[in-house]
Design a protein around this ligand. Structure first.
Ligand SMILES: Cc1cc2nc3c(=O)[nH]c(=O)nc-3n(C[C@H](O)[C@H](O)[C@H](O)COP(=O)(O)O)c2cc1C
Length: 293
C-alpha cells in the first residue's frame, strides 16, 4: 500500500523553481525484485529469469512472463524491451538543461491523458565517492530543481554526506521507466542554507521529523530496539511542541556542469543529448552534443 500525502503545490515559481513536497509513507511489504510491466511505452519481447524460488514474485511473473527454473540459483534477465518514446531532437529542447529537466519532471509528475502514471518520479540515485575514489550510490528524493541545481535532504553525518564533504563531486541518475526517459547529472555538491533546510523540515510530517532526530543515519545499530527506544525518547523530548530541525540534518544542492537526457528508441538506437559547460561557470551558454546510444 502506498500512502501519498500531497503537501504543497507544483509547478510553483514560474520558470525557475520546481519544489516537491510529497511525503510518502512506506508501509507496504517491500519486494526485492520486479519485472518491467508492459505498457504502451514498453513492448516486452521475451523475459527469461531463473532464480531462487523463495524470492518474491511479481505481477509479471504471475502473468507468466518469467521462466522460473527452480534448480538454479542464477537470475538471468533476457528481456528485450522496445522503447518507442517520442524522439528527442536538439531543435526542440530548451537551451537550458534545468528548464528541459523541469519540463520532463513536470510531465512525469502530471501525466497527460493517455500517458502512464510514473511511480515516484522524484526518486533519484545519487553516487558519491570516498576520498580514495571508491564510489557508493543510493536512492534519495529530489525535493527541488531550479536554476542552481538539484536539491535533496539527508543527515549531514551520513555516509553520503561525509563523502560529499570530502569530495563534493557527485552524479545523479534518474529513470522514469514508464516514460522510457532517463537523466544523468554530474556536478558539485554544496550545502543548502540553514534557512532553506529549516523551511523544508517544517513541511515534513511530524513522524519524519522525529525520525530525523532518532536516526544516526549510516551508523551500525546494535539491535532493532535501539531505534525504537530513541524514537520514544525524542517524542518525549518534543511532546507538546514543534520539532526543530536538527543541526545535523539538511539539504545538499548538486550544481550541474553536465546534464544528459536519454530517451529510449527502438532497437537500442536511443536519443542522447548532453549539455555541458565549464564547472563553476553559471553565465555562459550550455553546449549541447548528441551522443551515440
Ligand atoms: C525511494 C527512496 C527514497 C529515499 N529518500 C531518501 C532521502 O530523500 N534522503 C535520505 O537521506 N535517504 C533516503 N533514502 C534512503 C537512502 O537510500 C539511504 O539508505 C540512506 O540515505 C543512507 O545512505 P548512506 O548510508 O549512503 O548515506 C531513500 C531510499 C529510497 C529507496
Amino acid at each position: 500500500m502506498l500512502i501519498l500525502k500531497v503537501r504543497a503545490y507544483f509547478p510553483i515559481r514560474p520558470r525557475c523553481t520546481l519544489r516537491l513536497s510529497l511525503h510518502r509513507s512506506y508501509l507496504h511489504p517491500v519486494r526485492s525484485f520486479t519485472v518491467t510491466p508492459i505498457s504502451d511505452y514498453h513492448k516486452m519481447d521475451a523475459v527469461t529469469i531463473t532464480n531462487d524460488p523463495s524470492l518474491p514474485t511479481s505481477a509479471a511473473q504471475d502473468a507468466g512472463k518469467i521462466d522460473h527454473q527452480k534448480s538454479s540459483n542464477k537470475i538471468q534477465v533476457a528481456s528485450h524491451n522496445q522503447y518507442t518514446t517520442p524522439r528527442l531532437l536538439s531543435s526542440e529542447v530548451d537551451p537550458n538543461p534545468m528548464i528541459q529537466f523541469q519540463k520532463w519532471l513536470s510531465s512525469a509528475l502530471h501525466p497527460q491523458e493517455g500517458q502512464p502514471e510514473v511511480h515516484e518520479p522524484e526518486a533519484m540515485t545519487i553516487c558519491t565517492s570516498s576520498p580514495t575514489g571508491v564510489p557508493s550510490a543510493r536512492v534519495v528524493l529530489l525535493k527541488q530543481a531550479d536554476d542552481t541545481g538539484f536539491v535533496f535532504y539527508t543527515n549531514y553525518n551520513s555516509r553520503k554526506s561525509r563523502e560529499l564533504a570530502s569530495n563534493p563531486y557527485a552524479s545523479i541518475a534518474i529513470y522514469w521507466r514508464e516514460l522510457s526517459r532517463s537523466v544523468r547529472v554530474v556536478g558539485k555538491a554544496e550545502k543548502v542554507s540553514r534557512e532553506e533546510s529549516m523551511e523544508y523540515f517544517d513541511l515534513r510530517p511530524r513522524g519524519s521529523q522525529i525520525g530525523a532526530w532518532a536516526s544516526r543515519q549510516s551508523e551500525v545499530l546494535e539491535d532493532e530496539h535501539v531505534l525504537e527506544d530513541r524514537v520514544k525518547a525524542i517524542e518525549k523530548k518534543f511532546e507538546g511542541r514543534k520539532v526543530e530541525c536538527p543541526e545535523f540534518w539538511g539539504g545538499w544542492r548538486i550544481v550541474p556542469f553536465e546534464v544528459e537526457f536519454w530517451s529510449g528508441q527502438p532497437s537500442r538506437l536511443h536519443d542522447r543529448l548532453r549539455y555541458t559547460r565549464a564547472e563553476g561557470d553559471s553565465q555562459s551558454l550550455w553546449k549541447i552534443d548528441r551522443l551515440s546510444p
